[in-house]
Ligand binder design. Sequence first.
Ligand code: F6P
Length: 363
Amino acid sequence: GKGLAVFTSGGDSQGMNAAVRAVVRMGIYLGCKVFFIKEGYQGMLDGGENIVEATWSSVSSIIHKGGTVIGSARCLEFRERSGRLKAAKNLVDRGITNLVVIGGDGSLTGANLFRSEWSSLLEELVRTGQITKDQQTKYAHLHIAGMVGSIDNDFCGTDMTIGTDSALHRIIEAIDAIVSTAYSHQRTFIMEVMGRHCGYLAIVTALTSEADYVFVPEMPPPRDWPTKLCDKLEQERSTGQRLNIIIVAEGAIDRDGQPITAEKVREVVVKNLQQDTRITVLGHVQRGGNPSAFDRVLGCRMGAEAVMALMEATPDTESCVVSLDGNQAVRLPLMECVERTKAVTKAMENKDWENAVQLRGKS
Ligand code: F6P
């Protein structure tokens, strides 16, 4: 059977295990020899015990677990050609020519670069006597299928990334808890949520928790936001509301590109309204815990689709990313999605907010 390997790379997210499980089982079902690569690109490069054959039962009882049971890492060495050469040798040694990568845009870009260099890497391995000519011919093509595992939902091309829904469950539970104590003491709470340069978690959190104000990276508030914020909080209190909730995305910025931190917001509220104000930073709690039903199903569907994409690939099939479009798992050109994702960050750097929102909205 064909050699196929699965690995998780970059920050973990809930639902990655469901995806790993689906890849292994669909791979075995279709007659592949399936491998785990542990610890992301680092494991691919180090080889040895990090690349092990998977069995049907080795992915039993992982679907409900948060994180990734095969480990994940950020690997600097893979950014160098010398690192990728070592990785290629390890794959050829085991007959692996199909890779499923579960990670963010950086990890997917790395995989695509690896694929485009593959033939020159094999050439060098033959030249330096590390693999034979026969191996070079037999394993001439590397195929890549990606899936986005991230709580941030920051990838263009997919409606939801694996982990986002679970993170929202965690956040909502925490905010509901905060609201009850805020009510008792008539307090204002500022909650910082994750998302890196993406405001998705913050927006959905704000909508579903009846927050009074939200700060996101893609759409900085007007320059007089301190006045607008205070007016809004006062207005809510004047209608009998006993508490205020403000959501701050960790990447929130103002119109000059300067961070709007929870601390900055607190200073504004305390100085102008003298409200009893507290900050809660949710942090990595958002990335942990059991995956939701949605993320388990999403991981399963994407994992199965990724394997099918690889099995149908021909030597000139482009690397793909498996995405969710409506309720459909689809395959999209990986690099096109990566470029679109990068364009959002670029628009934000250029303070072109209108474009940033537009591009993000196209998911
Ligand atoms: O990308 C996922 C994420 O949790 C972001 O929301 C956050 O900015 C970042 O990773 C935190 O990274 P680390 O786990 O390295 O602290």
